[in-house]
Write a protein that binds this ligand. Structure first.
Ligand SMILES: Cc1ncc(COP(=O)(O)O)c(C=O)c1O
Length: 371
């Protein structure tokens, strides 16, 4: 049976007519930069997140970087990030000249452990970047409480969690609009994806919104009047046109992901060596990735490779052990949960159009692997 890790063509097939039309319309208008579809996508995405404002950007990495810049974070500042995430989370901190300060994760959700945050707060700490890893919201109530107590900003790295929700004080809140700024990647494999690079931030603060509008467009206030060091980081109008079409399907696709996850959960639940994803009762997980944990990971990966089943490791090396961060002085053993999880996790194929028989086939192969 042919199975891919993700099938982007299936999304295109579902929406081909509308996507083709959206692209043609932009070409006809010629408003490739800061055009009509970008403005409309920003309005629609802000509404989707229940946020007041959104700004479309070049990438999720730029979204994090410009979010930090908009808060005035730079050299001598410290920003708290989880030790286990995609490296863009901490790279964005490094770009500003600030120091990323790592914190271990929870063993159940794989998200940053709020218990560890308090211990690393210093007088230089300016912000926390919780990551809603794999599509499951981080523990935002506890993180917001700490941020309030220590006067820290909260930037949500929502790159993997478009549409994920968390119950706070009895209300379901979408990720991104809970902290001060929410940063999303629109990279082709993400739950909401462009056909190329893209990113977007959401915020409820007008001051931050206006600053990021400037930062993404050479720091200008009018055509040739520049008041801050800005960048070129705009989301292309063509991408925004495509994203507007896909945004209408996002809730449905997230539901399809949740349904596939439930099927995996059910089929895997009686295999003693496999830990299926734990989901906190107060969240709606959107399964950007379906990640299992097992001591048999390396054996399993070999069998999958042999049978042509594409499974991947997100992520094999925690950030504190990455060579690039050697200068920060961390060592093996500093974040035992992140290290253990990194050595045992495996992401199984997951995308909205994955079929039940494909899931059953994958699980069938998985069951053949024994101690
Ligand atoms: C958690 C996380 N943060 C940030 C990023 C960066 O996004 P991008 O690839 O759009 O720059 C990604 C995705 O690649 C990610 O998974």
């Amino acid at each position: 049976m042919r199975i891919s890790f993700i099938d982007l063509n299936a999304q295109y097939k579902e929406l081909k007519k509308d996507i083709d039309l959206a692209i043609k319309e932009v070409i006809k208008r010629g408003d490739f930069i800061l055009g009509k579809d970008l403005r409309l996508f920003e309005e629609e995405f802000a509404r989707f997140c229940n946020a007041k404002y959104a700004v479309g950007l070049n990438s999720g990495t730029d979204a994090l970087f410009l979010a930090l810049k908009s808060l005035g974070i730079g050299p001598d500042d410290e920003v708290i990030v989880p030790a286990f995430t995609f490296i863009a989370t901490s790279l964005a901190v490094s770009y500003t000249g600030a120091r990323p300060v790592f914190v271990d994760i929870r063993e159940d959700t794989y998200n940053i452990n709020p218990e560890g945050i308090k211990k690393v707060i210093t007088k230089n700490t300016k912000a926390i970047i919780p990551v809603h890893l794999f599509g499951q919201p981080a523990d935002m109530p506890k993180i917001l409480e700490l941020a309030k107590e220590y006067n820290l900003k909260v930037i949500e790295d929502s790159a993997q969690a478009h549409g994920a929700r968390i119950r706070m004080e009895g209300c379901w809140r979408k990720v991104g609009a809970i902290g001060d700024i929410g940063c999303f990647s629109l990279y082709p494999t993400k739950n909401l994806s462009a056909m190329g690079d893209g990113g977007i931030i959401v915020t409820n603060a007008e001051r931050i919104y206006k600053k990021i509008l400037m930062l993404r467009d050479y720091g200008r206030v009018s055509r040739y009047k520049h008041i801050i060091i800005g960048y070129n980081s705009r989301l292309d109008t063509i991408q925004a046109g495509i994203l507007r079409v896909k945004l209408k399907r996002l809730d449905k696709w997230n539901l399809m992901r949740r349904r596939i996850a439930r099927l995996y959960d059910r089929l895997l639940k009686d295999i003693p060596q496999i830990i299926t994803p734990y989901v906190s009762p107060d969240v709606k997980h959107v399964y950007h990735l379906y990640v299992i944990r097992t001591k048999l990971r390396d054996k399993l990966l070999k069998v999958f490779n042999k049978k042509g089943i594409p499974a991947l490791i997100h992520y094999p090396i925690p950030l504190h052990l990455q060579k690039v961060y050697k200068n920060l002085g961390y060592k093996k053993g500093d974040f035992p949960v992140a290290e253990k999880v990194a050595s045992q996790i495996l992401s199984l194929p997951m995308y909205p159009h994955l079929k039940e028989e494909q899931v059953r086939f994958i699980v069938g192969i998985l069951k053949q692997v024994r101690n």
